[in-house]
Design a protein around this ligand. Structure first.
Ligand SMILES: Cc1ncc(COP(=O)(O)O)c(C=O)c1O
Length: 391
């Protein structure tokens, strides 16, 4: 029947994180005392110098058609950030593509290179959208489940076990959402070795690059030997600058790797609103003090919340090395969706069920540390602990 959606779209699951956020907003509208620990974007208003730059661009008339690659000012600022922060020399003219949110850039990358039957290794637990975007490209996502007992460590042998002649791409998220792992050089070398040996592309999502703790440092896999020519790296303004509502991301890759992505953008979104891009320039070039503060707030919250959950029998809550979440495991005999439901019903706390991050996420739930102000996060964790103590 003409109204039947395409089968590749029928297979797609809605993101668990968006469902959690929707639930929080709906309950709050009904007047409930809701604590939102569901979605990952910071609760902060975008820093004022960034907002001012957006308004200034609007007043200067940047309200019309723009370049599909992104404004030269933004690509130049991004190339400077990549040189200073990521040790990469990137040509702003052909090796950076600005996209309306990094989710769109990731979609462009996956659909530009994946076709029916291609396999994509997705390291799990994993952010909600990678596997679904592979499904939308008619590829087959292949979960590489990392073990919590091994602290979600990536090894060469484990990754290699999942490679077949159909493998075309590996997707990693560093630091990882939801586990908070910041991959070591040894782990990234393992990814690089598998990619080189089997001629695979790597998509690396570096959304949480600025959120690392305890001296862990974030490394960009594209800087390893033989990786620049096979890696597409995704960045967003959503977390570090609290710009989720502006929709701004950049995808970076060397040589002509980005050209097929540009084709998709030209035929779909066309370009990112130019005033949003100018706000992005201000974000990259302006003061970064807020970021140190947010990181420190998150660092403190991660310790205090994990300490509280540690006291709950049956709960295991490792301290994450990075990102902005806790990903505790619980022992109660219920699914993570049931637990999330119970937390909302009994205490008005919204979390994301672990099953939303792949099968290996079942038995866990994710707490977003930046979605609400610190006192509310602490209160939310106290309420969660109260419920778990009764199970
Ligand atoms: C790992 C990861 N990648 C990408 C995104 C999407 O961010 P954007 O707002 O740039 O689309 C998110 C947002 O939650 C994320 O956690």
């Amino acid at each position: 029947m003409a109204r039947t959606p395409a089968s590749r779209i029928q297979r797609v699951q809605p993101p668990a994180t968006l469902a959690a956020g929707e639930k929080a907003r709906q309950l709050a509208r009904q007047g409930h005392d809701v604590i939102d620990l569901g979605q990952s974007s910071p609760h902060h208003v975008t820093p004022s110098h960034i907002i001012e730059a957006g308004i200034d661009a609007l007043n200067r008339g940047l309200t019309n058609i723009s370049s599909s690659r992104g404004l030269p000012e933004l690509r130049k600022a991004m190339a400077e950030k990549l040189a200073t922060h990521n040790s990469r020399t990137i040509d702003p003219d052909g090796e950076i593509l600005a996209t309306p949110g990094s989710k769109m850039g990731l979609y462009d990358a996956i659909s530009a290179y994946i076709e029916r039957g291609d396999e994509v290794l997705v390291i799990e637990p994993t952010w909600v959208s990678f596997s679904q975007q592979v499904e939308m490209a008619e590829g087959n996502p292949v979960a590489v489940p990392l073990s919590e007992e091994e602290e979600y460590y990536i090894t060469y042998d484990q990754l290699k076990e999942y490679v077949t002649p159909q493998s075309k791409m590996i997707i990693i998220n560093n630091p990882n959402n939801p586990t908070g792992r910041v991959y070591t050089l040894e782990e990234l070398e393992a990814v690089a070795r598998v990619a080189r040996e089997h001629d695979l592309l790597v998509v690396c999502d570096e959304t949480y690059e600025y959120f690392t703790y305890d001296g862990n440092s974030h490394l960009t896999v594209a800087t390893l030997e033989g990786m620049a020519e096979r890696t597409l790296t995704s960045y967003t303004f959503t977390k570090a600058y609290s710009m989720a509502g502006w929709r701004l991301g950049c995808i970076v890759a060397q040589g002509d790797l980005l050209e097929p992505l540009l084709k998709i953008q030209e035929q779909t979104a066309s370009f990112v609103s130019p005033f949003v891009q100018m706000a992005g320039v201000a974000a990259l070039q302006g003061p970064q003090d807020h970021l140190a503060q947010w990181r420190e707030d998150c660092n403190e919250l991660r310790i205090r919340c994990a300490d509280r959950l540690y006291q709950v029998p049956g709960v295991h809550c490792p301290l994450p090395d990075g990102a902005t979440f806790l990903f505790p495991r619980y022992s109660a005999d219920m699914t993570s969706a049931e637990l999330a439901e119970l937390l909302v019903e009994r205490e008005g706390v919204v979390v994301t069920p672990g099953a939303g991050f792949g099968e290996s996420g079942e038995g866990h739930f994710r707490i977003a540390l930046m979605r609400s102000p610190a006192d509310r996060v602490l209160e939310g964790v106290e309420r969660i602990a109260r419920v778990l103590e009764t199970l």
